[in-house]
Design a protein around this ligand. Structure first.
Ligand code: SF4
Length: 473
């Protein structure tokens, strides 16, 4: 049914203008190719800060910019990032960086008249109106170089693949049924290595932007956020970087992580169990003293967005944050095998991480849950496995290629929904289907094929080139 076109009703029109003015310049979701969800300013800042857009740019007036140090994420008033070092046309420049979804946000947010923005040396933005030039000027009349980010700069693998395909037998199941198992295995191994290489590139980009130790910390934190809280964990580890966390006394470190995460603000005293109150009081006793220094991150739009619903108690983000605390407290044993590939020992590292403990979090699922009857593994076998697949081997295999043979033997512990769909679509009732889902590399290879072909297909397999090309393998 088509609605008759009518002139706007005056009250509705007034409300619409009011609503648009409220949202204008505040929260401006931005769509980027590859991202299913619109990105908010916070996501963009996180991607910029970990080097996903790269580190070399051209300014709007043609100068070259090379970021040599992405600085620190500002917790107070003023520009987004402080202490950023860069070369502009080869000349060393150090100062602040402001990142906005739209070039006009500089004026909309009144930065031009605000002396706190006088140290901005680079204004980065994603969009700008066509055929209009907008300059970025400080209150002391300096012209700030501008860099426009584009979707093409964004690393192709920066976007999480959250699309899905139907769980039904695909057209490729027929030729795969006739293919020798050794050829299928070789294809899965190659696809798995391709996937690992993409993960390596992502990690090495973070290393280039933030240094190896920070990249490891950030990647481990992000793995603790699997599946739905990766971005908040990434942002938390970017805002509270490793070098700062390691300098903080334990109690202060815990208060910072739980405070900046927003979990302390969310905790309602009535919901807190008796045995948790002392722990919560301890966190608050430090947090209230430092909260003001993180005031910007406590503003509604700067708060982290956690997914807390439909999550198993053991995967609660608060408990995962407890695991991050344990990792930080034991950094001197967790990090060295990852800092130097020659020191790597799978069994030793797995034991170290699986054996991490925390006085409170080893027996609590969340700040509001009852104490568990007996202590639980803080970083379970599945989580360790995720760390191996997403951090350890992508980091170490490029440096020590014989670790690939070790990777090939890792069992698959987690049978996620996408793997199950990939198995159904590709193998259907193949007599050996079960043999292609036992090992981690098989899962990774299947996921790669699923993402490259099944998620790219909109024709219910009819136009997918994969079945016909299989014989070339
Ligand atoms: S889309 Fe292609 S790869 Fe996926 S199940 Fe169909 S034929 Fe196979």
């Amino acid at each position: 049914m088509t609605l008759p076109s009518t002139p706007p009703l005056p009250l509705a029109d007034r409300y619409e203008r009011f609503r648009d003015s409220v949202f204008s310049g505040l929260e401006e979701p931005t769509r980027l190719p590859g991202f299913d969800e619109p990105l908010c300013e916070l996501d963009l800042q996180s991607l910029w800060f970990c080097g996903s857009f790269g580190s070399e740019f051209k300014t709007e007036d043609g100068r070259t910019v090379k970021i040599t140090d992405f600085g620190s994420w500002n917790a107070g008033a003023g520009p987004d990032f402080n202490g950023v070092s860069m070369l502009i046309d080869g000349q060393a420049v150090r100062g602040d960086v402001e990142l906005d979804p739209d070039v006009r946000d500089w004026e909309r947010h009144l930065h031009a008249g605000n002396p706190e923005y006088n140290k901005v040396v680079l204004h980065v933005f994603l969009s700008s109106p066509q055929n209009q030039k907008h300059f970025t000027r400080t209150s002391n009349h300096l012209d700030v170089p501008q860099v426009q980010l584009t979707a093409a700069m964004l690393a192709v693998d920066a976007a999480p693949k959250s699309r899905d395909a139907a769980a039904r037998i695909g057209r490729c199941a027929t030729p795969l049924r006739d293919m020798e198992p050794a050829r299928i295995t070789s294809m899965l191994e190659s696809a798995a290595q391709f996937r690992l290489q993409a993960k390596s590139r992502r990690l090495y980009r973070i290393i280039a932007a933030s240094g190896r130790e920070q990249a490891i910390y950030q990647a481990l934190a992000q793995t603790l956020g699997y599946l739905h809280n990766q971005r908040p964990f990434a942002i938390l580890s970017q805002r509270l970087p490793l070098n700062r966390m390691l300098k903080e006394p334990t109690a202060q470190r815990e208060a910072l992580l739980f405070g900046v995460s927003g979990f302390l603000e969310m905790a309602r005293p009535d919901d807190i169990q008796k045995d948790s109150r002392a722990y919560l009081r301890g966190l608050w006793s430090h947090w209230w003293k430092i909260r003001q220094s993180c005031s910007r991150w406590m503003e509604p739009q700067q708060m982290l967005r956690w997914k807390m619903t439909a999550i198993r108690p053991g995967n609660h983000p608060q408990r995962r944050l407890g695991a991050l605390l344990a990792i930080l407290a034991n950094w001197e044993v967790v990090a060295p095998p990852l800092m130097d590939a020659t020191r790597w020992s799978l069994a030793a590292w797995r034991d170290t991480v699986a054996g991490l403990k925390h006085d409170f979090w080893s027996s609590h699922y969340s700040l509001s849950a009852d104490e568990a009857e007996s202590p639980m593994a803080l970083v379970g076998a599945t989580r360790v496995h995720e760390m191996l697949a997403n951090v350890v081997y992508p980091l170490l295999v490029p440096e020590r290629t014989r670790l690939w043979a070790e990777y090939l033997e890792l069992p698959a512990l987690l049978d996620n929904q996408k793997v199950r769909k990939a198995i159904t679509r590709l193998f259907g009732d193949h007599p050996d289907a079960a043999n292609f889902r036992k090992l981690l590399f098989q899962h990774q290879g299947l996921l790669q094929i699923y993402e490259d072909f099944c998620l790219a297909d909109d024709s219910a397999c009819a136009d997918c080139p994969f079945p016909e090309r299989l014989k070339e393998w």
